[in-house]
Design a protein around this ligand. Structure first.
Ligand SMILES: Nc1ncnc2c1ncn2[C@@H]1O[C@H](COP(=O)(O)OP(=O)(O)OP(=O)(O)O)[C@@H](O)[C@H]1O
Ligand SMILES: [Mg+2]
Length: 243
């Protein structure tokens, strides 16, 4: 049975798609077969980040309308354990009933399935995912983003969906200087349990150009820690200075 994860945020541009890719790489390193599903209709980007944009002809809307799965699953060139179903190029094509029935067809074909959602809420689509789906809300260390993450977290909670917080683009020196002084205060504002911190990283910002992360980078290490925690391992938060 696959493990499902859904990545959301209140504010746009906080790094959900980059996070999905980094997390997928980490799961592949753990020898998992991973499927990324780009849910950002009209604004897809995972095909570019994985470098499969030139070959991507079919997308999620095609499989939801009956096209065979294999036609819209594109394999990452550098590791055949990782595949992507791109988002439709136009908006309004992902139907939640069709999505729910499609998920039943794929759930045993991959170890890990990660949905990259657009910013904001889409409860009907969230509800189409299996109940076991782990929701991850991404925020950056900025008061607006933290407040928006708290809105998403409480809306999910009202719908009986628990989510976990990812703090992305963390810079230790900045966190000491600025208004949001420490991770505890961010978590308090958000009221979502933290599951990981991803550093500001030039490598992450260049994913669409390089389509990879160096295994020894701090960014890759942060994704590895999060992937392990998501699979139930107890991995302590390292000293913030070292992230
Ligand atoms: N940890 C990071 N370090 C440096 N740059 C980052 C990091 N995370 C994301 N970025 C950069 O931030 C920008 C937005 O990232 P991304 O597209 O992943 O965000 P998003 O939340 O998926 O956006 P959208 O809401 O539009 O879907 C990109 O230019 C990306 O390279
Ligand atoms: Mg995105």
């Amino acid at each position: 049975m696959s493990s499902f994860f859904a990545v959301t945020s209140g504010k746009g541009g906080v790094g959900k798609s980059s996070f999905c890719v980094g997390l997928a790489f980490a799961f592949c390193e753990m020898d998992k077969k991973v499927l990324l599903i780009d849910m950002d209709e009209g604004f897809r980007c995972l095909d570019l980040m994985l470098g499969v944009d030139k070959e991507a002809v079919f997308d999620l809307s095609d499989v939801l309308m009956g096209k065979e799965l294999e036609a819209a699953v594109y394999t990452y060139e550098k590791n055949d354990k990782l595949s992507l179903i791109p988002a439709p190029a136009k908006q309004g094509l992902i139907d939640h009933f069709a999505l729910a029935s499609f998920i039943k067809d794929i759930e045993n074909k991959f170890d890990i399935i990660i949905f990259d959602f657009p910013a904001g809420m889409d409860m009907p689509l969230y509800k189409a995912l299996p109940e076991s789906t782990g929701f991850l809300t991404v925020a950056v260390p900025d008061p607006v983003s933290i407040r928006d993450a708290s809105v998403i977290g409480s809306e999910l909670y009202k719908s009986e969906i628990n989510s976990r917080l990812i703090i992305n683009r963390f810079v230790y020196k900045q966190s000491r200087k600025e208004k949001i002084k420490n991770i505890d205060s961010m978590i308090d504002t958000c009221s979502i349990r933290l599951i990981g911190i991803v550093p500001e990283s030039e490598e992450i910002s260049r994913l669409s150009l390089n389509h990879k992360l160096h295994r020894k980078s701090k960014a890759a290490a942060s994704f590895r820690r999060i992937a392990k925690r998501l699979l139930g391992e107890k991995i302590l938060l390292p000293k913030l200075k070292t992230i």
